[in-house]
Design a protein around this ligand. Sequence first.
Ligand SMILES: NC(=O)c1ccc[n+]([C@@H]2O[C@H](COP(=O)([O-])OP(=O)(O)OC[C@H]3O[C@@H](n4cnc5c(N)ncnc54)[C@H](O)[C@@H]3O)[C@@H](O)[C@H]2O)c1
Ligand SMILES: [Zn+2]
Length: 405
Amino acid sequence: MARFTLPRDLYHGKGALENLKTLKGKKAVIVVGGGSMKRNGFLQKAEDYLKEAGMEVHLIEGVESDPSVTTVMNGAAKMQEIGPDWIVAMGGGSPIDAAKAMWIKYEYPECTFEDMCKVFGIPELRKKAHFCAVSSTSGTATEVTAFSIITDYDNGIKYPIADFEITPDVAIVDPELAETMPQKLTAHTGMDALTHAVEAYVSTANSAYSDPLAIHAIEMIQHDLVDSYNGNMEARDRMHDAQCLAGMAFSNALLGIVHSMAHKTGAAFADYGAHIIHGAANAMYLPKVIEFNAKDETAKKRYGVIADYMHLGGANDDEKVKLLIEYVRGMNDKLNIPHCIKNYGPDSYPTEQGFVPENVFLERLPEIAKNAIADACTGSNPRIPTQEEMEKLLKACYYDTEVDF
Ligand SMILES: NC(=O)c1ccc[n+]([C@@H]2O[C@H](COP(=O)([O-])OP(=O)(O)OC[C@H]3O[C@@H](n4cnc5c(N)ncnc54)[C@H](O)[C@@H]3O)[C@@H](O)[C@H]2O)c1
Ligand SMILES: [Zn+2]
């Protein structure tokens, strides 16, 4: 028995933002990030549409990338003062995820961050407010997912909050918002989307409902991501839909250990001056995890199906898996993403010596591996790695070496 949950309404296509006018309520709070929505005029438009709908509008601005527990708690306190019946989150994964967690705390002020992290353990929401998500990046698909990723900077770990309670009520997927993305963001978020679709397709929780969404997303991303990166706005627009389809798939089929490792390495070296950006981490780890998971026969077959849909060739599943790995690595090259942590520069671009020193990586490896195994995304991966295997896998992701175990 399984459940498949999506937002009640999804508005897509250019100009879809205007559908904010259709929300019915008294008071809305808009949650946004660092300023891109304001700079590009979308915040003002959103405010105007909500006012046209007869709502009083308040703002919570300045949610940082990879939002912290503190940001969530402060935002929720503001929501308590304002008392909105609509939460409208606009921007990339960061402000939307932060707003989802604020929503939980707003509805249940006694709920701690630890309580929120209990997988599928969120109490019933919508007693105070409904939630509308407007995405401006083409990757996380948090506008349709049951997830929110919050970083606990005290221990440098990203925690996924997972529950269908936080699947938004309304999603707005307006490609105009994504057209202003700079190249690097387009690359990273696009590879995040590809990873979502691939992990969802081979997940042990895959289903006849999630499979077509995942496969179609993969085909679209293959067709459009590199062109979108190179400035083709029609491709950019289609990528906004593709990432959303991938999100619909993984929100229900769940993910795998590419994400477990990305969550647990992302902020683990923040004291060395940088993050490993989520999408870039996925892009580097995906080929290694395909190699690892393909030792499972069912997963190997499924990667073979993906390769077939992508017309990569190959006479048997082993060859197809190899070609798929080569294809993903080729995409990384075209998108200026390194192949391993060792070559990951502080600006995310490939460099001879990246910002994570080898000795620091090796010193922290056992702890990171342990945390990655414990991540909520590990349970649906086709192979559950042991501590030793996870350490070896992470090493392969550091040095870009082969995965033969
Ligand atoms: N909830 C989920 O299901 C899910 C899935 C994958 C990742 N995540 C999380 O989402 C976060 C990453 O989100 P993201 O990749 O969307 O980036 P982001 O929200 O962190 O934004 C990155 C930067 O891009 C800017 N930006 C956003 N949209 C823009 C636009 N249209 N034009 C110009 N600049 C723009 C932002 O202001 C910010 O500076 C991570 O914390 C990751 O762990 C969540
Ligand atoms: Zn992701």
